[in-house]
Each structure stands twice: as C-alpha cells, then as structure tokens.
Design a protein around this ligand. Structure first.
Ligand code: ADP
Length: 455
C-alpha cells in the first residue's frame, strides 16, 4: 500500500469513528428525549381522564368517552383504562381496542405509583390515583406516530450524512495526502536521474523550511561530498599515472640510448646508474601510492595501543638522521608534562612514526640549514608536537592545498618528492582523532602542529 493511501485510510478511519460515535449519540439522545416526552404526555392524558371521571360530577362515563373520542390530541391509537382497587375495569376510553397488560402490572403500579413500559409498539404508562379513599389504577397507552416518524427521519438523515461524510473524507484524504507527498514524488523523480556522470545535478530545495525541503538539502550535501570524492578520485588517478609516466619515459629513453650503438664499459655503467636512479624513484612512488591506498582501505583495521609519543619522536629522529646524516632534528619540551600519561597517546606506533618521519623529512628537505625544530607540549587533554623550520615556506594558497594528493608548491618543484606524504599524514592523524595544522610564510619557514588526545 502506498504511503498516500495509508495516510488517506488512517485519516478516513479517524473521521469515520468520530462521525459514527456522534451519530449514535445524537440518535440515542433524541430517542430517549422522544420517549420521555411521550410518557409525560400520556401521564397528563391519564390524569385528566381520571379527574374528569371522579372529580367532575357532571361528566359520566359515556360523556367522557365522547369527550375522549372527540378531543383532538396528537396521540394515535390512544386508550385509557381505569381500574378500581379490586382490578375491575371501571372505565375504558375505547371499547373496541384493548390494552395488552398483565394483572401483575396493576399491582406493580400500586407499589411504585408510576410505571413506564410498553405494550407492543405502543408506549404504556400506569399511574396510581388516590382520592377520597379510592385507589384507582389508570393505564394509558398510545402510539407516538409523529415522534417515531421524526426519529426514522433522523436515522435516515444521519445514515446518509455519514455516508456522504465518509465519501468526502476519503476523497479529501487521498487528495491532501497526495498533495503533501507530491514533493517526495518529485524528489524521487529527480533522484532517479542522478548517476555518477551527472553528480553536479542538485535537487530542488523547495521552501528550504519543511521536512521534505530539509531532506532535499541534506541529499544535496551528500551529492556535494560524493562529487568531491569522485573528483578527488579522478584527479588522483590522473596524477598517479602522470607521476608514473615520467620515470617510465626516462627509463625508456635510457634504454633506447643504450640500444642505439655498442657502448663502452663506462657508458654502460653510466646508463645503468641512471636506470637505477629512475627505478628507485619508481619504487618510492609505488610504495607511497600503496601506502596511501592502504591508509584509505585499512583505516578501520589498525590496532591502537597506548604509546609514548616522545619515544616515537626519538625513534623517527634517529631513523631519519641515520639515513640522511646532513639532516638535524632538535627535540625539546615546551613544558614539563604534569603527569606521566600526558605524552601517552592511544595510537599505532608505525603509523605515527610514518607521519613524524614525513614531517621531519620535509622540514629538513625544504630548509637550507636542514634543521627541524621539534617541540613537545601538553595540556590536560592534548599532546602537541610542533615541527618548525626556517626553510622556503609556502604561500596561503599552497597552505590550503598541500594536503591534496600529488599537490606540490611551485617553490618545491626543485626538490625531490611526489606530493603524497602530507595527504597520507593528514589521514593518519585524522585516524588518531587528532589534527594536523600548518602555519607558513613564504621564504621564512613553516610550522606544522600535530595535536593528539592523550590518555
Ligand atoms: P613532497 O614533500 O614529497 O612533495 P608532501 O606531501 O610531503 O610531498 O608535501 C607536499 C607539498 O607541501 C610539498 O611539495 C611542498 O610544496 C609543501 N611542503 C611540505 N612541507 C613543507 C615545508 N616544511 N616547507 C615548505 N613547503 C612544504
């Protein structure tokens, strides 16, 4: 069942229940009121008849019958019977019509003085009349033709009204549910036309206020992020192939050179040395690409343990200065940690070492003194590692883009590198719930700050 039909059905059921309850209530109240009113009229008639018979000397039974028969009352099929104390019928308003009653009813009237009951489809009342020591029981019965016909009319009106009300409710329910859900159908239609090829398409955000507009806005946000991810992916692939092509082209031309003519031993070893350099570059690049891919893929499988970040800093420093002896890494504490655990972070030692190696290497590589100043500082929640250099620095535009894979600033093109290290580092720090920020001035130097939550 569609949501539109479900809403219409629920709406109709609610309105139908209310209408039915109200109709039943109105009918029963009217029916009770008609009966009460009719009993009152019957009682009045009974009282008048018995008073005429007993209290007005000038009126005898025959005259009373004539009066009864000729009085214009609204009562149909009307009869009045009067009984004496021994249950003998002393007066009957109409001879040819009988009231069906039980003798027990007369006793009941004597006991209760006032009884309201039925005789077939007629209403029947019994009254006890006590005057001058006489105990008379008066029974009066009649058929409330007008009252009942009014009630029938009311029943019919309510029935048809109910039917009409229900039909209108169902119709309006379907119409309004369709109206309110129309934006969803439109969104549905628009979404079905979005594919990987036209991710720049956006949904209509309507009035930007109601729930459906908010759904469209959120969906547009998702599309925006998807589009960015797709574009990043695309540029990543094109950058990666470009980076791979350069050393491969160099390799090919070296080999072609070697094949062109017979080489001397010195030329041979020269070409082989060049081939070695280019192959090393290729290996480094593919290693970096592999690492980047792994960082994206296996980020959720990395095992985290409490580790002392200062220990990792010293290991990275030793590793870097061991491999590149011209580089200097100076480590210092900005403040003495208040507790032992302030330099302990929950993380993966290998990955954090990878980040530190990259940042130390960059700081040394991009500065003429090949020196990285590393400072460790802590506060009650975070441990910060600041890596500062007095190197080539970066423009604001470069600072905004250096975390994109393969991005290299213009002033860095003369240095070795692929522009992948920082994008890996940023992802790894994010994986450790930390932040990596940079502050740099062109020609003056750069400061990278890693902030990690400590245990
Ligand atoms: P790579 O150093 O291999 O080019 P990275 O991803 O480590 O790749 O760095 C990306 C770019 O950021 C570098 O090409 C360079 O332009 C800039 N950069 C990074 N570190 C520094 C630094 N310490 N000083 C100046 N520029 C830097």
């Amino acid at each position: 069942m569609t949501i539109r039909n479900r809403i219409a059905l629920q709406f109709s059921l609610i309105v139908a229940s209310i209408l039915i309850v109200f109709s039943i209530l109105i009918y029963f109240v009217s029916a009770t009121y008609r009966r009460e009113e009719f009993y009152d009229r019957l009682k009045n008639k009974a009282r008048t008849t018995v008073r005429f018979l007993i209290e007005v000397k000038e009126v005898d039974r025959e005259l009373l019958k004539i009066i009864d028969r000729n009085t214009l009352t609204a009562l149909i099929d009307e009869k009045v019977l009067i009984f004496d104390a021994r249950n003998r019928l002393i007066y009957s308003s109409v001879d040819d019509q009988v009231i069906h009653y039980q003798t027990a009813l007369l006793d009941e009237v004597r006991q209760q003085k006032d009884v309201e009951t039925f005789s077939g489809s007629n209403e029947l009342i019994g009254l006890l009349y006590q005057q001058n020591g006489q105990d008379l029981v008066v029974l009066a019965s009649a058929y409330d033709k007008f009252g009942k016909s009014k009630l029938d009319n009311l029943r019919l009106t309510l029935g048809w009204g109910l039917l009409a009300g229900l039909s209108i409710t169902i119709g309006l329910g379907i119409f309004f549910a369709g109206q309110s859900l129309r934006p969803i159908s439109q969104i549905n239609q628009q979404v079905s036309t979005i594919t990987a090829r036209n991710l720049q398409q956006r949904l209509d955000e309507g009035n930007r206020q109601d729930e459906i507009a908010r759904l469209a806005m959120n969906f547009n946000d998702v599309l925006q992020r998807l589009q960015q991810a797709f574009e990043q992916q695309r540029s990543f692939v094109s950058h990666a192939s470009h980076e791979l092509r350069t050393p491969l082209a160099a390799l090919k031309s070296e080999i072609q050179l070697g094949l062109r003519r017979p080489l001397t031993v010195t030329e041979h070893s020269e070409i082989l040395a060049n081939l070695m350099v280019d192959t090393d570059r290729l290996i480094n690049l593919t290693n970096s690409l592999l690492l980047l891919a792994r960082t994206m893929e296996t980020s959720h499988q990395v095992s985290f343990q409490p580790i002392r970040i200062d220990d990792v800093i010293f290991v990275a420093k030793d590793e870097l200065t061991g491999a590149k002896p011209t580089y200097r890494v100076e480590v210092d504490y900005t403040n003495i940690p208040d507790t032992e655990t302030e330099t302990v972070v929950k993380g993966n030692e290998d990955l954090l070492k990878q980040v530190l190696l990259n940042l130390f290497d960059n700081a040394c590589k991009y500065s003429s003194d090949h020196t990285a100043q590393v400072r460790i500082s802590t506060n009650e929640r975070h441990c910060q590692i600041t890596i500062q250099d007095r190197g080539i620095g970066m423009s604001d535009d470069d600072v905004r883009r250096i975390f994109e894979p393969f991005y290299r600033a213009q002033n860095a093109l003369g240095f070795e590198g692929f522009g992948i290290g920082l994008s890996i580092s940023a992802k790894l720090i994010e994986l450790h719930q930390g932040t990596l920020t940079v502050d740099s001035k062109l020609g003056e130097g750069s400061t990278f700050i890693i902030s990690l939550p400590h245990v």
